[in-house]
Ligand binder design. Structure first.
Ligand SMILES: [Zn+2]
Length: 376
């Protein structure tokens, strides 16, 4: 124990190992006799312990990342939920866009976004998921191009990875983990399942990095409308699949800069995001699918099949017909079958959107159905 604590003390010493090379052995011995020996008698190892690990430790490495066996067991654990799922990872910035640098220049946001994304890609692939990326190296990819590429793949989920900076450039102290979803609850474009995924990701990201969640919400999830009212982030606005944008931590924070410069910490960030994703899919978000569609006496009726591990909360069901919320007497729920009366919707092009939550608090994955006029 003495040896370990002494070693940590030396590695954290402001003098550093280089300075010690200039101290000859005789002088070293003298110093040891004069200072260390009385120290052992009067203070034991207590003095050394106080000065060591707590002041120098920047973060805890998750146990699974210290052992291949533990890491493999995590992949086995999450694999049933992730196998075959398709993710599109988008490491923010890069190429011509490398202006975001930490206060002392230790890291560039574009690089740490890429590092975290590549680790995350590896973790997801090792769990059987399929992963696409907007970039795998330091290159320019325009914002619109990122969603264009993603929309052309068959990816199911889009995850953009960034690191944050405060509104005030002189602020070197703000630091929190936050994950953004698109729009707000009263906006038609909003889908609650995006926020669910954001919640799961942010919780494990915050836990694994030891960074608190942002104050803008209790759980660290934030609407992108808070930053750009009515528009949100380009990548979240222009994507056709469920999407979140993770602002892992603040590269502008003086202490965080030191952590972000450590590759093991970047892996830890990715591990937190990975576990959040894994837990979300293990929780099994509910889904809706069309069972059948009939038209009788001028009324179109849909039968939708709900697949949910937990009972659906009736009062959370919202059905939109061409962006108009239907009244509650327009639909009924019988076990897992949702019957919706759409009136004469068969006469025109109609978009039906369904959202609800189950008892576990999970919202359904987005469901939109486009009905085209029936030709007699
Ligand atoms: Zn960014």
């Amino acid at each position: 124990m003495n040896f370990l604590t002494s070693k940590m003390y030396m590695s954290c010493s402001p003098f550093g190992n280089g300075s010690l090379r200039f101290v000859n052995r005789t002088l070293s011995s003298l110093i040891l006799v004069v200072f260390a020996v009385p120290g052992l008698f009067f203070t034991g190892c207590t003095t050394i312990t106080q000065d060591t690990s707590s002041s120098c430790k920047l973060f805890d490495v998750p146990p699974e990342l210290t052992s291949e066996a533990l890491k493999d067991s995590a992949f086995v654990f999450y694999s049933p939920a992730l196998k075959g799922k398709k993710f599109f990872l988008d490491p923010g910035h890069g190429g011509d866009d490398r202006k975001n640098k930490s206060p002392n220049g230790l890291v560039t946001e574009a690089d740490i976004n890429l590092k975290v994304s590549l680790y995350l890609r590896d973790f997801l692939q090792r769990s059987g998921a399929i992963v696409y990326m907007s970039r795998e190296k330091d290159q320019t990819v325009e914002l619109k191009e990122r969603t264009n590429i993603a929309n052309k793949t068959d990816a199911d989920y889009f995850i953009s990875i960034h690191h944050n900076a405060p509104g005030k450039p002189s602020d070197r102290f703000t630091n929190y983990a936050s994950t953004y979803y698109h729009a707000t609850e009263d906006d038609y474009e909003h889908h609650p399942s995006n926020r669910d995924l954001a919640r799961y990701i942010n919780r494990d990201l915050a836990f694994n990095t030891g960074t608190p969640a942002g104050l803008a919400s209790f759980d660290g999830t934030i609407s992108d409308y808070l930053i750009y009212p009515g528009d949100g982030f380009s990548v979240l606005r222009n994507i056709n699949i469920p999407a979140v944008l993770v602002e892992c931590t603040f590269f502008t924070n003086l202490n965080e800069e030191l952590r972000l410069a450590d590759t093991m910490y970047n892996m830890t960030e990715a591990w937190g995001i990975y576990k959040g994703i894994g837990k979300y899919f293990r929780a099994t978000p509910p889904t809706v699918s069309l069972k059948n569609k009939t038209t009788k006496k001028g009324n179109m009726q849909l039968k939708l099949e709900i697949n949910s591990k937990q009972p659906v909360l009736r009062h959370t069901i919202k059905i939109f017909c061409n962006k108009t919320l239907l009244s509650e007497d327009s639909f009924s729920l019988d076990k897992n079958i949702l019957t919706v009366d759409l009136g004469d919707a068969y006469k025109r092009e109609t978009e039906v959107k369904v959202i609800f939550s189950n008892k576990a608090g999970l919202s359904n994955l987005p469901f939109k159905l486009l009905l085209t006029p029936e030709v007699n």
